[in-house]
Design a protein around this ligand. Structure first.
Ligand SMILES: O=C([O-])CC(=O)C(=O)O
Ligand SMILES: [Mg+2]
Length: 591
C-alpha cells in the first residue's frame, strides 16, 4: 500500500528530506534547504514514502494524533488513529507531562529515545522547546549512565557499529546505512567515555546524543547525521564479563591493527561521502585522540570535540569571566588538573589567543599556563618521560606532587579541572584559591556529575560566595549567605553544533584553529549584561539556536577568509543564511 505523500510548503521553509528522494515540483540543495523558485512554489512538491500503517511506523514522517482528517483520508490512516486531532503543541505538552512523571533519569532517557524512534519531529520539538530541562536527559549526565547500561537498555540500533569483524568491508557497511547524504559523523571507539573510562561498544550513546544536539541546537537535519561506534574490543573487565554486553568480547586491539581499521574507516568515509563530510572524533583515549587528529587534519574535515570544542567553549567562558574579574588573559595565571585532551587543548587555545592579543611569541604566552597530571606538576625535569602533548607545558620548577601544593606554589587566578576524576578540588584547594584571589575562577569540567572536580555548592561555600564557577555537567542554583548563585555549564555543547553548521553551510574542507577562536569570540559576545549580573559566564541554553547561528556565521566567515570554504559565492548575511539553513521540527502539512 504505497502511495505518494505530498507535503505542502505551508508553515515550513526548511525541508529535511534526502535530496535524492523522488521529488517533484521543488528543488533542494544539500542542506535539505528549499530553494524552489517562485513559480515552483505554486506546485506542491511530493515525495514517495510509505503511507497507511507504515506511515505511522516511519519516524521521519509520523505525526501521530496530529494527522489532520484530510491527511488521514488521503494516506490510508482512517481508523488507524482515534478520532481526535491534536496540535503539535498539545503533543509537546502531553509528552512533557509524561516525562515529568518519571523520577529516574534513565527512564526519562529511554522515553526520549523511544520518542525519537517513533516521531522524530516531535522529539526535536520537545528538545528544542524544553532544552534546559531535557539537555541533562539526552546528554550529560544521564547519557553517561545510559552508556554504562547500554547493553541492558539496547532496543534498536541508532547508528553504525563497525567492529574488527568488518575489516575490509567498511565501505559496504557505510552503504548499509539508509541515509545517503551524510554531512556530519560523530565517531567514538568508546575508550574514554566522558570521565567514565572504557565502555567499549556501549559508548554508542555518546555519538547518538551528540548528534541529537547537532540537530536540536545547531539545526543540522537529522537525516544528515550519522553516529558511529568503532569496536576494537574493550579493556573493561566488568563489561567483558557482563552477559548483556553488546560489543566484541576481547581486549582492545592496538598498534597496527587499530591504525589499519581506523585508516580503512577514514578512507571509506571520504570515498562514500566526499571530502566535505565533517568527522567529529569523540571520547577517544588520549593516546589515540591527538594522533588521529594530527594524522587526518590535513586530508579530512576532522574536529576533535574533546580537544578543540572544549577549548573553544572554555576560552569563551574565560573571556566573559575576565569582564567580571578584570585584566586581560595575559595578566592571569592558569593551573589545570588534568593534562589530557581537554586540559592541553584549552591550554593551547588560551596561549594562541594571548599570542594574538599581545603579539608575544607562543613560547612566551605558554609560561603562565601550568598543568598537573597524575604524577604532579608538569615540570622540565619530567620532560623525558612526558607524552608529546604535555611537553610544551613543562616549565622550570622544582617537582611538586599534589594539586594543593601546586596551587600554593603557582598561585593561579584560574583553576581548571579536566582530570575526569571527581572530588579532586577539595576544601583546602578551593580555600587556597580564595585566599589569594578576590574572585577565583574555578571550572570543574569533568563529566558526568559524579566526576566533577567539585560541586557548585562546594565552590561557592568554600570560597564564601566569591568564586566564579562553571562545570561541564549541570548543577542547580545554590543559595549561599542569602544570595542565589547560578552556575554556568562550560560544556562543548555550546560550540560544536554551531561550528558544525558553519563548516557545513560554507562547504569547508579543513578545520583551522582560527575557526575555534572565531567560535569562541562569537559565544563570548552572546553573554549579556544581565547574565553578568547573575555571575554567569555563559548565556542560557534556551537561546542556543540563535547562539549557534552566530557561531556558525563567524566560523563560516573565517573559512571564507582563509579560502577553505567551497560553497561560493559567499552569502552576504551569514547569520541570516545560517538561520535559514536550520532544520525546523514543525510538522509539515501533507496533502
Ligand atoms: O559530553 C560532554 O558532556 C562533554 C564532553 O565531550 C566530554 O566530557 O567528553
Ligand atoms: Mg567528549
Amino acid at each position: 500500500m504505497e502511495s505518494t505523500l505530498q507535503e505542502t510548503r505551508e508553515g515550513s521553509t526548511v525541508l529535511d528530506m534526502d535530496p535524492k528522494s523522488t521529488v517533484s515540483g521543488g528543488v533542494q540543495d544539500v542542506y535539505g534547504e528549499d530553494t524552489a523558485t517562485e513559480d515552483q512554489l505554486v506546485t506542491p512538491w511530493s515525495i514517495s514514502v510509505a503511507s497507511g500503517y507504515s506511515l505511522l511506523r516511519d519516524p521521519h514522517h509520523n505525526k501521530g494524533l496530529a494527522f489532520a482528517i484530510k491527511e488521514r483520508d488521503s494516506h490510508f490512516l482512517r481508523g488507524l488513529l482515534p478520532p481526535v486531532v491534536v496540535s503539535q503543541d498539545l503533543q509537546v505538552k502531553k509528552m512533557m507531562h509524561n516525562m515529568r512523571q518519571y523520577e529516574v533519569p534513565l527512564q526519562k532517557y529511554m522515553a526520549m529515545m523511544d520518542l525519537q524512534e517513533m516521531n522524530e519531529k516531535l522529539f526535536y520539538k520537545l528538545l528544542i522547546d524544553n532544552v534546559e530541562e531535557l539537555l541533562p536527559v539526552v546528554y550529560t549526565p544521564t547519557v553517561g549512565e545510559a552508556c554504562q547500561k547500554y547493553g541492558s537498555i539496547f532496543r534498536r540500533p541508532q547508528g553504525l557499529f563497525i567492529s574488527l569483524n568488518e575489516k575490509g568491508r567498511i565501505l559496504e557497511v557505510l552503504r548499509n546505512w539508509p541515509e545517503k547524504n551524510i554531512e556530519v559523523i560523530v565517531v567514538t571507539d568508546g575508550e574514554r567515555i566522558l570521565g567514565l573510562g572504557d565502555l567499549g561498544c556501549q559508548g554508542m550513546g555518546i555519538p547518538v546524543g551528540k548528534l541529537s544536539l547537532y540537530t536540536a541546537l545547531g539545526g543540522v537535519r537529522p537525516s544528515a547525521c550519522l553516529p558511529i561506534t568503532i569496536d576494537v574490543g574493550t579493556n573493561n573487565e566488568k563489561l567483558l564479563e557482563d552477559e548483556f554486553y553488546i560489543g566484541l568480547r576481547q581486549r582492545r586491539a592496538t598498534g597496527q591493527e587499530y591504525a589499519e581499521l581506523l585508516d580503512e574507516f577514514m578512507t571509506a568515509v571520504k570515498q562514500n561521502y566526499g571530502e566535505k563530510v565533517l568527522i567529529q572524533f569523540e571520547d577517544f583515549a588520549n593516546h589515540n585522540a591527538f594522533d588521529l587528529l594530527a594524522k587526518y587534519s590535513t586530508t579530512h574535515l576532522v574536529f576533535n570535540d574533546d580537544i578543540q570544542g572544549t577549548a573553544s567553549v572554555v576560552l569563551a567562558g574565560l573571556v566573559a569571566a575576565l569582564k567580571q574579574v578584570g585584566g586581560t588573559l595575559a595578566d592571569h595565571r592558569f593551573l589545570f588538573l588534568g593534562a589530557g585532551e581537554a586540559g592541553t587543548g584549552i591550554a593551547k587555545l588560551i596561549a594562541l589567543e594571548i599570542s594574538k592579543q599581545t603579539n608575544m611569541p607562543l613560547e612566551e604566552t605558554q609560561k603562565n599556563i601550568w598543568l598537573v597530571d597524575s604524577k604532579g606538576l608538569i615540570v622540565k625535569s619530567r620532560m623525558e618521560s612526558l607524552q608529546h602533548f604535555k611537553k610544551p607545558w613543562a616549565h622550570d620548577h622544582e617537582p611538586v606532587k599534589t594539586l594543593l601544593d601546586a596551587v600554593n606554589d603557582i598561585k593561579p587566578t584560574v583553576l581548571i579541572g579536566t582530570s575526569g576524576v571527581g572530588q579532586t578540588f577539595t576544601k583546602e584547594v578551593v580555600e587556597a584559591m580564595a585566599s589569594f584571589n578576590e574572585k577565583p575562577i574555578i571550572l570543574s569540567l569533568s563529566n558526568p556529575t559524579s566526576q566533577s572536580e567539585c560541586t557548585a555548592e562546594e565552590a561557592y561555600t568554600w570560597s564564601q560566595g566569591r568564586a566564579i564557577f562553571a562545570s561541564g555537567s549541570p548543577f542547580p542554583p545554590v543559595e549561599y549567605d542569602g544570595k542565589l548563585f547560578v552556575p554556568g555549564q562550560a560544556n562543548n555543547a555550546y560550540i560544536f553544533p554551531g561550528i558544525g553548521l558553519g563548516l557545513i553551510m560554507s562547504g569547508t574542507i579543513r578545520v583551522h584553529d582560527d575557526m575555534l577562536l572565531a567560535a569562541s569570540e562569537a559565544l563570548a559576545a552572546q553573554v549579556t549584561e544581565e547574565n553578568f549580573e547573575k555571575g554567569l559566564i555563559y548565556p542560557p541554553f534556551k537561546n542556543i539556536r540563535k547562539i549557534s547561528a552566530q557561531i556558525a556565521a563567524k566560523v563560516a566567515a573565517k573559512a571564507y577568509e582563509l579560502g577553505l570554504a567551497t560553497r561560493l559565492p559567499q552569502p552576504k548575511d551569514l547569520v541570516k543564511h545560517a538561520e535559514s539553513c536550520m532544520y525546523s521540527p514543525s510538522y509539515r502539512n501533507y496533502r
